[in-house]
Design a protein around this ligand. Structure first.
Ligand SMILES: [Zn+2]
Length: 422
């Protein structure tokens, strides 16, 4: 993409006029709105963030010493500092030496379903630079749909698949629809569509031979019904053979990587025939203990002790390696990669993108996956530092293109243009 230096002078003038008529001093107001606080000095309600290295998030190269302008929660200009015109009266935030990247979006989570707990899940994510989370298939309660409709100030946006669809799995959760016939499968889709879900989730997994799994006839019915209702579909899966069947049936996304074996040329051909399909690799525990000390002050001492006590696990490492090789090959084949973490761990995206890089994606590719590709998958107007996008960004003390774990060195987070109270 290209950076457009655009300043809406008419709007700026109108804003100044209104402020003058009201006699309002907006530098005070800016400090109190929704936890926002910008270095003031301006009077316009417009803020220019000056001098940072900008990682746009859409795959275009980083801009050393860039500037971008935010007005009403949207980015109105972005580019090389000396080419961006800063409106008169704008507040200025000096970010020299810092790196700015878009907030990340987590496209595979399972959040709380009670309203206040869900709101807390979403607030804690905003503090870690996550602007949205999609909950995939365990949301039986109605309050989640209230949260879905009204973005909570200072909290990540929420998306939900409602109740997902699977075969009967006695002994596991009974929140999902259990279906045995194509008619039941279609009825389940209609029920979730009526609830207002953002996507339809299916599970195609026999759980190690314990259950019947969704047949092509069943998931074909789900996908067809969903598409007729204008909804996309995402699949939990395990096996390459199911991945092929799902591709042929028109699935829109994979909520996990392929876990039983290495992908083959036949699958690569299916991927290349349907470049719009999204892969969310959702990497599991690598099997190798890693240092979690960066979470000091973010998680409790008890949780920290548990994390730091993780042990080496050869079986996990082997399973991880299959998925890593598949991610590497699918990424190189041009498959669209988004980011998702599963479960309810608010800081997990920072671990996930490290895994993606260890698997062979470049830091830039992992950032694009987690930011613009994931935001596009969710359909939100965010995920890049570009004109017209929601001003959802992180200010980092170090460059994640040098070391992907630098996404953890968060100085500030701005969500919809407002500084998040972390
Ligand atoms: Zn899941």
């Amino acid at each position: 993409m290209t950076f457009i230096t655009s300043v809406n002078w008419i709007r700026t003038a109108a804003t100044l006029l209104v402020l003058a008529l009201l006699g309002a001093c907006s530098s005070d107001e800016a400090d109190t709105a929704d936890g926002a606080s910008v270095q003031s000095g301006g009077t316009s309600g417009i803020t220019a963030f000056v001098g940072a290295r900008i990682i746009p998030g859409d795959g275009s190269p980083a801009i050393e010493a860039g500037t971008f302008v935010v007005e009403n929660g949207l980015i109105t200009a972005a580019g090389v500092a000396n080419e961006v015109q800063i409106p008169d009266g704008a507040n200025r935030v000096n970010l020299a030496g810092a790196t700015v990247m878009p907030m990340m979006s987590d496209t595979h989570t399972h959040l709380n379903t009670e309203r206040e707990a869900l709101a807390n899940d979403l607030r804690s994510r905003a503090g870690m630079g996550i602007n949205a989370a999609m909950s995939l298939g365990m949301d039986g309660s109605d309050p989640v749909f209230e949260v879905q409709k009204d973005a909570i100030p200072g909290a990540a946006r929420y998306f939900t698949a409602g109740r997902g669809i699977t075969r009967p799995e006695p002994g596991r959760t009974d929140v999902p629809h259990w279906v045995n016939t194509p008619d039941e499968a279609r009825e389940a889709v209609r029920e979730e569509a009526a609830r207002g879900v953002d996507i339809i989730k299916i599970w195609v997994d026999d759980r190690n031979g314990q259950y019947e799994k969704m047949t092509p006839e069943l998931y074909g019915a789900v996908i067809d019904e969903a598409h007729q209702l204008g909804l996309r579909t995402t699949a939990h899966l395990y096996n390459l053979s199911d991945a092929k069947g799902l591709m042929e049936a028109g699935i829109d996304a994979f909520a996990h990587g392929i876990r039983d074996r290495d992908v083959d040329d036949e699958f690569i051909a299916l991927v290349q025939a349907r470049p719009e399909v999204v892969l969310v690799p959702n990497m599991p525990y690598r099997g190798v203990p890693t240092d979690y000390s960066w979470l000091a002050g973010v998680v409790s001492a008890e949780q920290m002790a548990e994390l730091q006590g993780q042990e080496e696990n050869e079986q996990a490492a082997e399973s991880w390696a299959i998925q890593a090789r598949n991610l590497y090959r699918l990424n190189r084949s041009g498959m669209k990669i988004a980011m998702g973490t599963d479960g309810n761990t608010f800081y997990a995206p920072h671990l996930e993108i490290e895994d993606m890089v260890i698997a062979g994606m470049t830091p830039m590719q992992a950032i694009v996956a987690a930011t613009s590709t994931s935001a596009d998958f969710l359909g939100i107007n965010a995920g890049s530092i570009a004109v017209g996008k929601s001003a959802d960004f992180m200010v980092l003390d170090a460059n994640p293109l040098d070391d992907i774990t630098n996404t953890r060195r968060i100085r500030d987070v701005y969500l919809r243009g407002l500084r998040v109270d972390r």
